[in-house]
Design a protein around this ligand. Structure first.
Ligand SMILES: *Cc1c(COP(=O)(O)O)cnc(C)c1O
Length: 392
């Protein structure tokens, strides 16, 4: 069992799986798969906890809303960030304490609010007067954070374009909330996913610091600051270690008024490195001197993150005999846009060969489709399975 998974150019991406174990996994569960390693989920959570001491980490479910992830995080003291009734249901079934959850979708139907309140969630997020108005009837059982927008053109996904109120409108929102009798307990922001550095987080924390001080002077005792997600992981481009990324954030947080409850909403950082995509070559053709290898997973499946999430995954064949041909990796649908990678060199693959995609836990299976009736990858928690495969 000593044969390592892949000849990885980046040793930090290496995982303790070997070929036989992966083949056994696919023999059992089929193809395509996204295998999730909860040891990595726990390690990522602990790494971010060490980098942000004193900050409660609420895992945002949307990048990988899987029971195994929720349970793993629940067991090590994690908190949760919910945005939809489906996510409320998932944590409820996993036995999560609702007091460890917040609901952060800035735009909600009344039914979404009711479902979350019925579960026991108390803290919600709003960013405009109409949304504040929705909480008048729930004001005895709910309190809100005001989401403030700080534009971040550098992030892969600039979430402040769609959500958040201008910092300048915070005092008026606080006054309106008071007139409506809705309790505002703090501020939140999300600077955008896969932030290249922490400057946006720092600027946003500093701006919120001023807003919180001004609010307190105006008689609004805000006690929570939620610094959102955006913590980056390494795809093909090297990324600074999370402790270095968070060092300026720690400094900015230390300058806040004492006694605030600090929250972060990491999604990608917790789960991206825990997920590995396994797909299979189901056909091949030599077209104009280039080998096209057709996979059973593609842009409409796990690799949708290359379009929607702008992610650039490390992709390798499981078996590599050292030969190289000009190659294209294509997805399984009949759509010509469904090409995973082109202009690359690969060994001359055969039908049945396995392709491995690294760091594919976040925004992959969760946003995949069954377009063309091609079933999306099955998500498999591998820890116990691999442990038993190693013992054989
Ligand atoms: C998607 C989302 C997150 C998670 O963001 P990451 O960049 O994946 O860490 C956190 N909070 C909210 C409100 C989100 O919509």
């Amino acid at each position: 069992m000593s044969e390592q998974l892949l000849d990885m150019t980046n040793p930090r991406l290496e995982a303790p799986y070997d070929r036989r174990a992966l083949e056994a996994l696919m023999g059992r569960f089929g193809s395509p798969l996204v295998m999730v390693d909860c040891d990595v989920v726990r390690a990522q959570f602990h790494a971010l906890q060490r980098a942000l001491p004193g900050v409660d980490l609420h895992y945002a479910l949307k990048p990988l809303p899987e029971r195994c992830v929720v349970t793993a995080l629940k067991d090590i003291g994690g908190f949760f960030d919910l945005a939809t009734t489906g996510e409320v249901e998932l944590v409820r079934r996993a036995g999560v304490d609702p007091r460890r959850c917040i609901h952060t979708h800035p735009i909600k139907r009344d039914g979404d609010i009711r479902d979350a309140i019925r579960f026991g969630v108390r803290t919600f997020v709003v960013d405009n007067p109409d949304e504040l108005g929705k909480f008048v009837r729930h004001r005895a059982r709910a309190e809100v954070l005001l989401r403030v927008s700080f534009r971040n053109p550098a992030a892969a996904a600039d979430l402040s374009r769609k959500f958040g109120c201008d910092p300048e409108s915070v005092p008026a929102m606080l006054d309106l909330a008071r007139r409506l009798g809705v309790k505002v307990v703090g501020l939140s922001f999300h600077v955008g996913s896969q932030s290249p550095d922490s400057q946006m987080h720092v600027q946003a924390i500093e701006a919120c610091n001023e807003l919180i001080v001004a609010a307190r002077e105006a008689g609004h005792p805000l006690s929570v600051l939620d610094i959102g997600g955006g913590f980056p992981v390494e795809y093909q481009t090297p990324q600074m270690p999370i402790d270095d990324f968070c060092a300026p954030i720690r400094t900015a947080l230390a300058a806040l008024p004492r006694g605030l409850r600090l929250i972060a909403e990491p999604g990608r950082f917790i789960v991206a490195p825990a997920g590995t995509s396994l797909s299979t070559v189901v056909g091949r053709a030599l077209r104009d001197g280039v080998w096209w290898f057709y996979l059973d997973d593609g842009l409409y499946g796990s690799y949708n993150g290359q379009m929607y999430d702008h992610a650039d995954y490390v992709i390798r064949p499981l078996r590599d005999d050292g030969s190289r041909v000009k190659a294209v990796l294509a997805g399984p649908t009949c759509d010509s846009i469904d090409v995973v990678r082109e202009g690359i060199e690969l060994p001359l693959l055969e039908i049945g060969d396995v392709i491995v995609g690294r760091t594919m836990g976040a925004y992959t299976s969760s946003s995949a489709t069954d377009f063309n009736f091609i079933r999306r990858a099955k998500v498999v928690a591998v820890n116990e399975f691999l442990a038993s495969a190693h013992d054989e």
